[in-house]
Design a protein around this ligand. Structure first.
Ligand SMILES: *[C@@H]1O[C@H](CO)[C@@H](O)[C@H](O)[C@H]1NC(C)=O
Ligand SMILES: *[C@@H]1O[C@H](CO)[C@@H](O)[C@H](O)[C@H]1NC(C)=O
Ligand SMILES: *[C@@H]1O[C@H](CO)[C@@H](O)[C@H](O)[C@H]1NC(C)=O
Ligand SMILES: *[C@@H]1O[C@H](CO)[C@@H](O)[C@H](O)[C@H]1NC(C)=O
Ligand SMILES: *[C@@H]1O[C@H](CO)[C@@H](O)[C@H](O)[C@H]1NC(C)=O
Ligand SMILES: *[C@@H]1O[C@H](CO)[C@@H](O)[C@H](O)[C@H]1NC(C)=O
Ligand SMILES: *[C@@H]1O[C@H](CO)[C@@H](O)[C@H](O)[C@H]1NC(C)=O
Ligand SMILES: *[C@@H]1O[C@H](CO)[C@@H](O)[C@H](O)[C@H]1NC(C)=O
Ligand SMILES: *[C@@H]1O[C@H](CO)[C@@H](O)[C@H](O)[C@H]1NC(C)=O
Ligand SMILES: *[C@@H]1O[C@H](CO)[C@@H](O)[C@H](O)[C@H]1NC(C)=O
Ligand SMILES: *[C@@H]1O[C@H](CO)[C@@H](O)[C@H](O)[C@H]1NC(C)=O
Ligand SMILES: *[C@@H]1O[C@H](CO)[C@@H](O)[C@H](O)[C@H]1NC(C)=O
Length: 799
């Protein structure tokens, strides 16, 4: 058994770059990008060993300082010039290299970064920092000491025309980089899941003709992969061909170098199997294996070499019969990388089949770790426009890498909108006080989501381009809803800023407080620790979710609350149909709280001032300040046949369930009562309580009218009678009176109320549209009135 400890990977990653160009042959170098960081501006040279041409890094980065490693370390790396110099980044948190490779987006690249500290700063403090590829974390670079080089490699399909490689200071020393290399690969090799890349864990050449520990690369390897040779006394003998012609082994698309394929290890005859394992692996990572085989001994007619490959006891592939002098690559399925076992170990077995007369053999192996690259880059149109701004004005600031992502590194002066469904968009650009000269460029108009553009304090000349002033007319002033209508992620620190450290509490209740906040000039209500989301409850503008802190920011409803529309303080009169729709919206919102939330939620403060209307007069239920989460089923206590909890009475006079008031026993039917009161308000437009009149509560007032058979005068006098069908009004009054029944058991469930109200709406629409349209409308209403709980599935789930 052969045990690969972590150090074996380390041998590769930190291996000495001594090359053995045994069978050098001309190769296509096109597409190689080789950057020697920190050499003098504009210089270039050809590496003697590999023949690869290295460029200085000045055209790829704007920051950092050129440094040299100390002479002693340089002497140790006599043949590896790329490590002699480096660029360090003492300023700023994120510093980037930006490359625009000619092959453009969609190209698969092997991207490799190398680091040798060499005590360049005489501080003897080897740093640790993060490396990003685009907007995603590629690796954490931990430099061990002054003399060990560190190399990290990833196979990545670039999704945009620009590649950003960024070094991020994490407070553990000054980031630096020695060498950066990009090698284009064929599309059809090392294929992985969309949205992920393969980071190299180890790449091994099993047995080798050479004696020293060494690394083999270009020109032997056309892709310039670095191969570390692996020598062990455990497996003997190793096989080798006596061939010398580079083309004597047929290659597949993986193009393994002849010098690697013409040697292999086999097990010795005493075992007939080979196994090797890696310990201390991350148990959460997915490992992708690429194993390369070629038969090197021409088998006799009575001989077979046939074996199965097992990984962690599962058959990985088999049987394998390596072809004579022909490269055969066996690799993990795209969809399923291998996981380490619970102890963090992966074991690979090559076991002979029963009929095999020869032991197993292996020539080379590569192991990669799957890296999710799921962060979205800024919308490319926006990114292109802002890069144009940057070059037109020669802006330096911290404008490096992706403009909006990761969110923590948004460019100074930009505000972006983040939405998990779309790439980030730039919504605000502040270029004030930059001494910018020249004219205002038209391409700013390409920032189609821009709502704030600040160019004060500059020396810009000429008129504002037409496209921009048009845009300004259309968007900048008018619709201030465009920020708040889109969902956004907020960090906890942003939440602190928005609420001014939770300064003002707007409401407080059973499961969280509601705070006052100011989001980019918009007043918002912010609540922590509530996870409710439904179309008919005020929607989230965003939320913050950082482990223990979960915050929600509610949208601002432009038309204000329902009461103001009923009391006559607004010019428009809600039509009867509007009122039915509002009632349905609220009924559904409550139904969701009662039945759709686990545990169920009792709102406890349903009232017309808590019902908010948007510009289309659609209603949502707001203010969860006093809401109460129902305890688990088992914790409920039974009171007169219903389930409830005992609480201190909360709520608003006039809407308060008398049974709850008397007993302190709360259940969903308390909300039904309050809803019934709101429904009466919708019908009558009367205040809930009036001091002047005898029957001063709306319920008493309606009851007395009903007792006198005076249905006609119950309805809001502002509604034109000729448009109203008395039957439907009558039915609606019936529903509301059932809701405000004295005993909770007599009140219908919210789901029943919603169904009945939809019935009223359907009747109303049928009546209004005459017979021709009746059918289609009916169909529409049917759609609305389908199984109510399914509306949950139509809206994003609570987070
Ligand atoms: C990956 O993306 C490519 C191009 O966008 C697409 O053709 C392919 O079907 C995707 N593959 C999977 C497994 O989603
Ligand atoms: C054969 O392998 C075993 C362990 O697998 C090892 O102990 C032994 O020395 C090997 N024999 C030879 C001849 O290499
Ligand atoms: C295993 O990994 C942990 C953390 O990565 C490290 O601290 C520990 O030294 C490793 N153990 C061995 C035996 O390599
Ligand atoms: C295979 O055949 C050769 C002769 O052609 C013979 O010497 C050898 O013993 C045979 N091996 C086996 C395993 O039968
Ligand atoms: C492979 O062979 C070895 C030795 O015979 C055995 O211990 C092991 O269980 C086999 N592995 C599998 C997966 O069959
Ligand atoms: C092994 O060889 C025998 C005889 O040729 C054959 O019958 C048997 O199916 C083979 N077994 C396997 C697993 O291939
Ligand atoms: C980026 O923005 C442009 C212009 O607004 C738009 O047409 C394009 O669809 C956006 N791209 C993506 C991927 O959303
Ligand atoms: C620009 O300068 C003016 C005047 O000095 C100052 O009031 C304003 O705050 C500055 N704006 C920014 C973004 O620094
Ligand atoms: C604008 O230009 C004038 C003359 O070139 C100069 O005096 C002034 O300082 C500049 N203002 C800014 C804000 O750069
Ligand atoms: C802007 O200013 C720079 C130097 O201050 C000058 O070189 C350049 O010509 C100016 N551009 C315009 C368009 O005036
Ligand atoms: C409330 O939900 C219903 C269906 O669930 C939907 O038709 C209606 O538009 C929603 N109201 C608002 C204001 O979103
Ligand atoms: C609602 O739909 C669910 C799932 O489709 C079903 O189980 C349930 O019985 C339905 N309820 C009603 C009242 O139709």
């Amino acid at each position: 058994m052969f045990f690969f400890e972590h150090f074996l990977a380390a041998v590769l990653l930190q291996g000495a770059l001594v090359f053995l160009p045994l069978f050098a042959q001309p190769q296509d170098l096109s597409g190689f990008i080789s950057i020697d960081c920190g050499i003098s501006d504009g210089s270039r040279y050809t590496d003697e060993t590999t023949g690869i041409s290295y460029l200085s890094d000045t055209q790829f980065t704007e920051s950092g300082e050129n440094k040299e490693i100390l002479q002693a370390y340089r002497a140790q790396r006599a043949s590896e010039k790329q490590f002699w110099n480096l660029r360090s980044f003492p300023e700023g948190t994120k510093n980037c290299y930006t490359l625009k490779p000619g092959r453009g987006k969609g190209t698969k690249y092997l991207i490799r970064a190398g680091f040798l500290y060499g005590n360049y700063d005489n501080e003897d403090q080897a740093p640790t920092f993060d490396l990003y590829l685009g907007v995603n974390v590629w690796d954490t670079v931990s430099i061990r000491n002054a003399w060990t080089p560190k190399t990290t490699e990833i196979i990545h399909v670039i999704s945009t025309d620009r590649i950003h490689v960024c070094l991020v200071n994490t407070g553990n020393g000054i980031p630096f980089i020695s060498v950066l290399e990009l090698r284009p690969l064929r599309d059809d090799v090392y294929v992985t899941k969309n949205g992920s890349s393969l980071a190299l864990y180890g790449r091994f050449d099993f047995s080798s003709l050479s004696t020293d520990q060494q690394v083999l690369r270009y020109k032997d390897d056309a892709y310039d992969r670095l191969w570390v040779s692996l020598e062990t006394k455990m497996w003997k003998p190793f096989l080798t061909t006596s061939l010398t012609d580079d083309n004597s082994i047929n290659r597949n698309d993986y193009q393994l170098p002849f010098t690697i394929m013409n040697t292999a290890y086999t097990s010795n005859r005493s075992t007939d199997f080979m196994d090797f394992y890696w310990k201390n692996l991350s148990v959460t990572s997915e490992y992708y294996f690429y194993m390369h085989f070629a038969e090197l001994e021409k088998p006799q007619t009575n001989q077979t070499r046939e074996f199965n490959i097992y990984i962690n006891r599962d058959l990985f592939y088999g049987p394998v019969v390596p072809k004579y002098l022909s490269e055969n690559t066996i690799y993990s399925k795209i969809t399923s990388g291998m996981k380490a076992d619970r102890e963090g170990q992966i074991t690979v077995w090559l076991n002979n089949t029963e009929n095999s007369t020869l032991p197993p053999l292996i020539n080379a192996m590569e192991i990669y770790i799957l890296k999710e690259m799921s962060q979205q880059e800024t919308n490319q149109t926006d990114a292109e426009a802002i890069w144009n701004v940057k070059s037109a004005y020669e802006i330096e600031k911290n404008w490096q890498g992706d403009p909006c992502a990761p969110e923590a590194f948004t460019w100074d002066g930009l505000v972006c909108d983040y939405n998990s469904d779309y790439p980030p968009r730039i919504i605000s650009l502040d270029l004030s006080n930059n001494s910018l000269n020249g004219t205002i460029p038209e391409f700013l108009a390409q920032l189609s989501f821009l709502i704030v553009l600040n160019l004060k304090g500059n020396n810009l000349t000429g008129p504002v381009p037409d496209v921009l002033s048009e845009k300004s007319k259309n968007e900048y002033n008018g619709d201030n809803g465009s920020i708040v209508s889109r969902k956004k992620h907020f960090t906890y620190s942003e939440i602190l800023k928005i609420t001014n450290n939770f300064e003002t509490v707007l409401g407080e209740g059973g499961f969280g407080k509601v705070y006052y906040g100011n989001l980019k000039g918009n007043e918002v209500a912010l609540k922590l620790l509530l996870r409710v989301h439904h179309k008919n409850l005020t929607t989230l503008v965003g939320y913050c979710n950082e482990e223990t802190h979960i915050g929600l920011i509610y949208e601002y409803m432009t038309m204000g609350n329902l009461r103001s529309h009923l009391s006559g303080s607004t010019p428009n009169i809600l039509s009867w149909e509007d009122r039915l729709r509002i009632a349905i919206d609220i009924a559904q919102g409550l139904e969701y709280l009662h039945n759709g939330c686990k545990p169920p939620i009792i709102h406890r403060d349903v009232k017309s001032t808590n019902i908010l209307l948007n510009e289309k007069f659609q209603a949502k239920l707001g203010d969860f300040g006093v809401s109460k989460i129902f305890p688990n089923e088992g914790d409920r206590q039974s009171v007169s046949g219903t389930l409830g909890v005992s609480t201190n009475v909360v709520g608003t006079p006039g809407y308060l369930d008398p049974e709850y008031y008397a007993s302190n026993w709360l259940n969903e039917k308390s909300d039904v009562f309050s809803f019934g009161v709101v429904l009466l308000e919708l019908i009558t437009a009367r205040p809930v309580l009036t001091k002047a009149e005898e029957n001063n509560h709306i319920i008493l007032w309606v009851s007395s009218k009903l007792a006198n058979g005076d249905i006609e005068n119950i309805l809001d006098p502002r509604l034109e009678r000729r448009f109203i069908n008395t039957n439907i009004v009558w039915k609606t009054i019936e529903i509301s009176m059932a809701c405000v029944s004295k005993t909770s058991t007599s009140r219908p469930a919210m789901s029943r109320v919603a169904i009945d109200l939809k019935e009223c709406l359907r009747a109303e629409l049928t009546r209004k549209d005459g017979n021709d349209e009746a059918e289609s409308k009916q169909y529409l209403v049917e759609m609305i009135s389908q199984n109510i709980t399914s509306s949950e599935q139509l809206t994003p789930q609570a987070r």
